[in-house]
Ligand binder design. Structure first.
Ligand code: GRG
Length: 321
């Protein structure tokens, strides 16, 4: 049983202050421009999970997302004026979906987004991240997720993506970013998430949950991303929800994981770090909070989070309409 409390209000304040006048005067703020739209999604997702979505100005958020829209390519960039990328397109759409504001892309923009995603499709069923050509299972997941949201999935895309993902599975049950790459827990999430959206999880045997459950590092209780590495709070999400998709989350200790996550809080300034007493950031804050919600949403007064889509369940209910 953890003796730590969850400091909800401090975490809300931490997220609100990430875009303040003071932060904007720091070098680090501008160094992270290429992650801005992803960062906004992480902040919004954390706030939505703790029932505090109104802590950020809604209209300004939507305006920023739309300012990141790249009209030439048809996808969203990390920051106004940057190039569109499939991961930032997913983050932009997730934010709009959480706020129920898909009306702002209805019509021509929606068609262009679909075209942007389809332009990234490669032979062999995979997807590139952008015009520069890198291929990775993250991009396949993002493409399938976006096509699901925009109702653009076809049987051909589904079959190709399933084949590619299954080729990325290794002998140990884990998944890598390309066929033959080392198993990594975050990559397992993107592969299992793709298969879950495509209703192909029955292709997975018990080697996968077995490898995933071995990621819990004792005595810390946190998860690592691969054997012999240090635990990191973000894997609370990548591993736990992968196990949860496979209905095997009871193979790990919730109590030990909860204790580790709570130890990663900054008790003074809010936010979570990768490991206890390290520097906090919005990425680790998001996945610490969503991890806690996946285990104990009612205990912490949080919204239940959908393990496939990483959006609140009351939001993803709209995906089936
Ligand atoms: C809808 C939640 C959601 C995500 C969209 C972008 C994406 C899909 C998933 C990203 C998955 C991913 C690959 C995350 C990276 C996790 C991470 C901390 C990687 C660092 O790897 P190493 O090798 O760290 O630097 P380790 O922990 O192995 O030392």
């Amino acid at each position: 049983m953890s003796t730590q409390e969850f400091h909800r209000d401090r975490h809300i304040k931490f997220i609100q202050e990430l875009d303040s006048k003071v932060t904007k005067q720091t070098y680090e703020y501008w160094l992270l421009e290429h992650l801005r739209l992803n960062g906004l999604y992480w902040g919004i997702m954390a706030l939505a999970t703790v029932n505090a979505l109104d802590a950020l100005p809604r209209d300004e958020v939507i305006q920023f997302v739309m300012d990141c829209y790249d009209k030439e390519e048809g996808g969203f960039a990390a920051f106004p004026g940057h190039d569109a990328h499939i991961l930032t397109t997913l983050s932009g759409l997730q934010i709009l979906f959480i706020y129920d504001r898909f009306d702002v892309i209805e019509g021509e923009k929606k068609d262009k987004i679909l075209e942007f995603v389809m332009n990234q499709r490669c032979s062999g069923g995979s997807f590139r991240g952008d015009k520069f050509g890198e291929i990775d299972t993250r991009f396949v997941f993002a493409a399938v997720y976006i096509l699901k949201m925009l109702k653009g999935l076809t049987q051909e895309i589904a079959d190709g993506a399933t084949d590619f993902i299954l080729r990325c599975r290794n002998f140990d049950g884990g998944f890598g970013l390309l066929p033959g790459s080392e198993s990594h827990a975050a990559q397992a999430y993107t592969c299992l998430g793709t298969l879950a959206i495509l209703e192909q999880l029955d292709k997975i045997d018990n080697r996968t949950p077995s490898w995933l459950s071995e990621r819990q590092v004792l005595p810390s209780g946190g998860f690592n991303g691969r054997p012999e590495k240090l635990p990191d709070v973000c894997y609370s999400w990548w591993v736990l929800l992968s196990l949860s998709m496979l209905k095997k989350s009871h193979w790990i200790s919730f109590e030990d994981l909860e204790k580790f996550i709570l130890e990663c809080q900054d008790l003074e300034n809010g936010g979570f770090s990768d490991r206890p007493d390290n520097q906090t950031d919005v990425y680790h804050t998001c996945f610490a909070i969503t991890g806690l919600s996946l285990m104990f949403s009612s205990k912490y007064g949080m919204k239940p989070v959908d393990p496939i889509y990483c959006m609140p369940v009351d939001v993803t209910d709209r995906l089936s309409t």
